[in-house]
Design a protein around this ligand. Sequence first.
Ligand code: TXA
Ligand code: MG
Length: 320
Amino acid sequence: MTIPNPAFSTRCCPYGAEALREAALLIRAGEPVAVPTETVYGLAADATDSGAVAAIYSAKGRPSYNPLIVHVSDREMAERLAEFSPLASRIADAFWPGPLTLVLPVRPDSGLSPLVTAGLPTVALRLPAHPAMRALIRESGRPLAAPSANRSGSISPTRAEHVLSSLNGKIRMILDEGPTSEGVESTIAAPDDNQIRLLRPGSITADMLEQASGRSVVAVTNVDGTKVEAPGQLESHYAPSKPVRLNAMRAEKDEYLIGFGLMPCHINLSADADIREAAANLFAALHIADASAEARIAVAPIPIEGIGAAINDRLRRAAA
Ligand code: TXA
Ligand code: MG
């Protein structure tokens, strides 16, 4: 049976002082709000309120309680929530604010909802660069838990329209501040005593982490999703509803081809073969391909340099 009317009417509000105030009121009332970050749009709620965190899971239809990233507006807020080793501080100094999430020991007095950490002794913290997300944290006065603002398992949203088509009727408000700049989710890194474990590749690359910290970076995610330490990393994420073929040089019959560099294709991630531009366009291209008349999706080979590692990681999951 389908529900004749949505539970809420979802409002898409251009980012500005008034919309921000309203969004902060919703957050304080325990409601999730969709808000842009420099990576993807997040579905944000008060990380200290279990009811609010549960509302994120229910809006997303996320089947199990996976740990969420907690977003902060400054270092002081971060240090009230987690323990920073000298190595963690050095990395945060180098890359915050920005698209980097650090997995750190959670403080016993953090006040975070246990749903956010899913019972782990660590918390994933991020100090984003996007002004809308930072302003919402400041205005609501709360650390904000925020996974990507889409139904569980589907393609991440890099535009307000993507959020609306995925969560219409499930949330009250979307703060619209146009397309995001990075396009893939933040890098997740866990600084240990002597090394850094890379849990999810993103635009802050293993090389950049190594250079800034002087420590080695060990990738602990891999293609088949084994060797993970958090349940969310096992999910087949970023999945379009259609089959996806990778490393395609040309479209076969019934295929919508996502290209890279100069080549015949239906849509191009970057005709100039600019890897950062390709990352920013990736999820929007997958959304368009998924909505196209073709039955299948094909994607051209993408080099693995820099943020290309993150693009290939997301594509492998889309094709899994
Ligand atoms: O760019 C991003 O990071 C976006 C924007 C909205 O900030 N957020 C995002 O959140 O991608 P989400 O919930 O989709 O991804 C959270 C990831 C999951 O893979 C989860 O397993 C991992 O972070 N995670 C969370 N807490 C963890 C922990 N304590 N230890 C290890 N991994 C953790
Ligand atoms: Mg996600």
